[in-house]
Design a protein around this ligand. Sequence first.
Ligand SMILES: [Zn+2]
Ligand SMILES: [Zn+2]
Length: 345
Amino acid sequence: MNQSAVVQYALEPLAVELREVVVPEIGDDDVLLKVGAVSVCGSDVHQAHNTQSWTVNVPVILGHEFCGTVAKAGRAVKHFRDGDRVVSETAAEICGECLLCRTGRYNLCPQRKGFGYGINGAMASYVKVPARCLHKIPDTLPFGLACLAEPHAVAYNAMCVNSTIRPGDLVVVLGPGPIGLLCARMAALAGADPLIVVGLAGDAARLETATRLGATRVINAEAEDVEEVVRGFSALGADLVCDASGASRPLDLALSLARPDGQVAKVGWSPDLLPINVNPLVLKNVRLQGSFSHNFPIWERVIHLLDRRATMPDEIVGLTSPLEGWRGAFDAMHEGRVIKSVLVP
Ligand SMILES: [Zn+2]
Ligand SMILES: [Zn+2]
């Protein structure tokens, strides 16, 4: 049986197309998932432009933010059956044996391969998924929102697991992309106040969304001095700065904005290798924390938050399209016309 899929076929800019591929065969521990919705990640757009910071196994079907219905369960699968509504985590392959796998931090397994770059992803009618990746979702959570669980999990890990936020903390988020906005929302839920979101002149619409999501102040860094605004709230600086900008350079600003004994969480990244002044890290005793991916307990939390609409997920989705419209959905994100696009295969 064949299906249409969005395939990255080479490591060159715009080497992505809709192709006819074979519906995958599943193993004993897998399910065949009928994809209900798959949201487009900034990383999918990066791969389409070949500007990613990770290794891609081409040809590969894109898409790692997805949910759907179990169409067929492998013989050894115990807890899922045909018709179950589920979302999938992204660690398609892990070793299962290392220290990190054995302590539930399999997202950091050195052997980890994710959907959409290492293993075929979900921009297709069907995707093969190991059952250990799945979480059931309530009937009250539609597929069009459930697919957002993955970026929610990224933001939850960065702000609520890898960082500490107490009510009344001054939190600054650099970069109002989808992850930055979700980080801001998680910070708002955790009690951050003031909550400042920083973008550029072209981010006006995203900064408006940030305000709706709970930012108490937004800054266009091309019109205002970020340092001055932040120090207007607290002369010492921010308790936590989250760098979700998807670039290397803003780490400089993040380290500068953090108060002595404050925290910096770096969640956005890029292939750029830049000289950066790391001295404030030592001088101010700042805790610098990278944040990558997510694991089981985080997913259970964000599914609940999504189901409660606590994260205001409707604010994030700007465009829903059939799979055939993938190019328009990618472009709308690339050009900043929407925060996030969702494909419905
Ligand atoms: Zn993603
Ligand atoms: Zn491992």
